[in-house]
Design a protein around this ligand. Structure first.
Ligand code: 5RP
Length: 237
């Protein structure tokens, strides 16, 4: 196992220690969240955690959870989610996030917004001082609006590119049937709240990957003396 996967595994296992029986649990997307889902399934199989109902944030998490026999419930039929556990692409010191590396940020944000607690699990490569300096901001757009949205983002000093699929010709098509523009702003993102609102206000945009003031706790995996460790940083004010 490479060192990044070791960090992800450690943080995925640590996240499951925050799960209690009878919870309605938001199940995140991406490789770290997938390890967390596998860890959860193991605890359920061993009888250590009981009566969990999972809420998927993507086809990825839904398929994985069903394959592992985790009971699932539809987002529309739950009135409350006790805890959502998800990964992130960038985490700043104030716990503002960029998500959407897996193009799942629309449902991820819906689940996070409905959750009493959002727990973010990352390896330490995801911690940044300023958002959007090395990871592009994913923006989900209606298929026939991508060019128009790209032009508006350019007026906001952002350059964007349509995300292309691998193992399929053409662009990535999201779980909702839309396209993704990956955006870099010239100076990064200094005011995530404003940028989140401005982008979502562009006609044709469904949702962007800025998660502002949603995160309650972050668990970070790192390697120290060749051993995977997990810590929980304090939020900078
Ligand atoms: C998917 C996401 C993921 O949580 C994010 O991309 C992190 O993924 P990974 O754990 O594979 O690094 O937001 O839309």
């Amino acid at each position: 196992m490479d060192s990044q996967t070791q960090m992800k595994q450690a943080v995925a296992d640590a996240a499951i220690r925050e799960v209690k029986s009878d919870m309605v649990l938001g199940l995140g997307s991406g490789s770290t969240a997938a390890l967390m889902i596998k860890s959860l399934a193991n605890e359920i199989r061993l009888g250590k955690i009981q009566n969990i109902r999972g809420v998927a944030t993507s086809f990825q998490s839904e398929v994985l959870a069903l394959e592992l026999n985790i009971p699932m419930i539809d987002l529309a039929s739950v009135s409350q989610i006790d805890l959502a556990i998800d990964g992130a692409d960038e985490v700043d010191p104030g716990f503002q996030l960029i998500k959407g590396g897996g193009a799942c940020h629309v449902r991820e944000k819906l689940v996070a917004s409905k959750a009493d607690q959002l727990l973010i699990v990352v390896d330490e490569t995801k911690l940044v001082q300023n958002l959007n300096q090395s990871f592009a901001l994913p923006v989900e757009v209606l298929p026939n609006a991508w060019k128009q949205v790209k032009e508006v983002i350019l007026e906001m000093n952002g350059s964007s590119s349509l995300r292309m699929a691998t193992k399929k010709a053409g662009p990535v098509v999201t779980d909702q049937g839309n396209l993704i523009l990956d955006v870099f702003f010239n100076d990064g993102i200094k005011n995530p709240k404003n940028i989140e609102m401005q982008i979502n206000n562009i006609p044709g945009v469904l949702e962007n990957g800025l998660f502002v003031d949603l995160t309650d706790k972050v668990l970070v995996g790192k390697i120290e003396n060749d051993t995977p460790m997990v810590y929980s940083p304090s939020r900078a004010s």
